[in-house]
Write a protein that binds this ligand. Structure first.
Ligand code: GLN
Length: 210
């Protein structure tokens, strides 16, 4: 299975390493592809958009003509996992004028909502279908609200921190910064499954086009 990681900036090698560790640990057949071009994007079965700096990743996705191409592939069913800055990018909306969201999951996001780098923290979460997980939050965004199609898989302080709608998975924290590969393994299962409801048919998405 070819798994892509948007490879311009951020936690690219950390995601690549945890995927590599899963070949041994979970006996997964995984080939990691750093996605920086349309050709590499077209070759993968699933995509990770890493944490990092969402304004930079946004700018480079535009510059290399990948912004619309990623949206198109996800809307036609390719699974995507966005972590932290990656979640900001896949969300429906964020109030910053320096980064536009891809509008792939019905969530409103506020960037840097816990404060600066120094306000980063680790919290043990209870995640649906996964169990307890030590989650690393670094200059994390907040998910302010989600639409009715979105499943909230974990909360912290009463707010969602892990959400899913069919083939789209978003986290405000960094699963690649622990040795625990269970969230990546969950994402691999999403890629292995078929029959997602196309998010392009979701009412909120269609309404946005009008
Ligand atoms: N604050 C960053 C942003 O807005 C995200 C932080 C992260 O990915 N760790 O892009």
């Amino acid at each position: 299975m070819r798994i892509g990681i948007i490879g311009y900036q951020g936690d690219v090698s950390e995601h690549a390493e945890i995927l590599a560790s899963m070949k041994r640990q979970y006996k997964r057949d995984i080939e990691v592809v750093l996605v920086k071009s349309r050709e590499s994007l077209m070759s993968v079965a699933g995509l990770i958009i890493p944490g990092g700096e969402s304004t930079t990743i946004f700018r480079l996705l535009k510059e290399y003509s990948l912004f619309d191409a990623v949206a198109e592939r996800v809307r036609s069913g390719m699974p995507v996992m966005g972590t932290c800055a990656g979640l900001i990018l896949i969300s429906r909306d964020n109030p910053s004028d320096r980064v536009r969201s891809l509008n792939l999951i019905d969530a409103k996001i506020r960037r840097n909502a816990y404060g600066r780098q120094g306000e980063s923290f680790i919290e043990s979460l209870d995640i649906d279908g996964i169990g307890r997980f030590d989650a690393v939050f670094i200059r994390a965004p907040i998910i302010e609200s989600v639409g009715s199609n979105v499943t909230v898989m974990a909360k912290y302080n009463g707010l969602p921190v892990m959400i899913r709608d069919n083939n789209v998975l978003g986290l405000t924290f960094h699963p690649e910064l622990t040795k625990d590969a269970r969230i990546h393994d969950y994402f691999m299962d999403m890629i292995g499954r078929r029959g997602y409801v196309s998010i392009a048919k979701r009412e909120w998405y269609v309404a946005d086009l009008i």
